[in-house]
Write a protein that binds this ligand. Structure first.
Ligand SMILES: CC(C)(COP(=O)(O)OP(=O)(O)OC[C@H]1O[C@@H](n2cnc3c(N)ncnc32)[C@H](O)[C@@H]1OP(=O)(O)O)[C@@H](O)C(=O)NCCC(=O)NCCS
Length: 289
């Protein structure tokens, strides 16, 4: 893919696409992998977006162990082994991160499913989270309190952004995209789609509502702001972010139903290192209550 068509710098919260820093623990200077208990920030430190590589296979046995019965049943419903493995890895990473934040063993995290499919905690906790995946990468957003939604899409799946926008976006967004140069239109399309879906996921409704129920600033050169959110009358002062992740073909969005949440910090979660640490030390990640 030509570099110019990658989701590059777009404005978000007045900064640029990717204004957030990220750590990649496979970098030579990043030091030895740490157990997630040490690596995880408290959600109270601000929103964090964890990037998870779902095709790291070494941790699979540990990942399966931390799933609950319903999650294990779901692994049998995928059409391919690869999709089942990716689901397992994503759910396990979610449980590991929530477990670290709640001081619970990953398998003890009380995850349940909301009416429209949104995973939620069956206990009182001032943590919000959401997960999205695209091919071999998942992102998990964690924050304190206010509802969070995340989405991830790859530019390699975008072929005719203006045509797709005309079908799914609001007329104001479609018109802006149509006036952009092709490379910028792809960037704009990805930012627009991911932010709209992240907002709908924060609301817990997902795509049971159409994407044009949410309207944002579609021009990637202007700060990202919400122009419409359901239901009518709901405040528009959400925090929207489009942080940069290590794979620049991926566009990611984070939506938090609160004004001026701190900038999202982006970090890589090393599932394999977690599993190796855990199995070699034979020590639980965190105490089960
Ligand atoms: C949420 C939704 C938009 C996700 O679509 P997607 O682009 O295929 O997938 P993403 O990678 O963005 O997100 C998937 C994750 O979102 C989360 N999720 C599922 N439903 C959700 C919802 N209603 N709100 C927020 N998050 C949701 C889950 O963690 C899911 O990952 P998992 O299945 O591995 O647990 C889509 O599933 C949807 O519209 N669901 C709601 C309406 C619906 O049809 N519900 C039927 C099931 S009850």
């Amino acid at each position: 893919m030509p570099a110019a068509s990658r989701p590059d710098r777009t404005t978000a919260r007045g900064s640029t696409f990717g204004g957030s820093e990220y750590e990649h623990r496979s970098q030579p200077d990043a030091g030895p992998p740490q157990p997630v208990t040490k690596a995880a920030r408290s959600p109270r430190d601000g929103p964090t977006l964890w990037v998870v590589s779902l095709d790291d296979l070494a941790g699979e046995p540990i990942c399966i162990q931390v799933l609950n019965a319903e999650e294990r049943r779901r692994t049998h419903r995928f059409h391919s082994r690869r999709l089942a493995r990716r689901y397992t890895a994503g759910r396990a990473a979610l449980r590991m991160l929530l477990g670290a934040a709640l001081d619970l063993a990953p398998q003890a995290v009380p995850l349940e499913t909301g009416p429209l499919g949104k995973p939620q905690l069956a206990c009182r906790a001032s943590i919000s989270f959401n997960l999205a995946h695209c091919d071999e990468t998942a992102v998990i957003g964690l924050t304190a309190g206010d509802e969070i939604g995340v989405d991830i899409e790859s530019s390699i799946h975008v072929h005719d952004p203006c045509r797709v926008a005309a079908r799914f976006f609001a007329p104001s967004e479609t018109a802006i995209l149509a006036a952009l140069a092709p490379d910028l239109a792809t960037t704009a399309f990805l930012r627009c789609w991911t932010v709209k879906e992240a907002v709908l996921k924060a609301l817990g409704v997902g795509l049971s509502l159409s994407l044009d129920a949410v309207v944002v600033d579609a021009d990637p050169r202007v700060p990202l702001r919400l122009r419409r959110v359901p239901p009518p009358g709901r405040p528009l002062d959400w925090t929207l972010d489009a942080p940069l992740v290590p794979d620049r073909r991926l566009a990611v969005a984070v939506a938090i139903a609160a004004p001026e949440a701190p900038t999202t910090s982006v970090r890589t979660f090393d599932l394999e290192a977690f599993a190796v640490t855990r199995s070699s030390r034979r020590r639980p990640l965190a105490r089960a209550r």
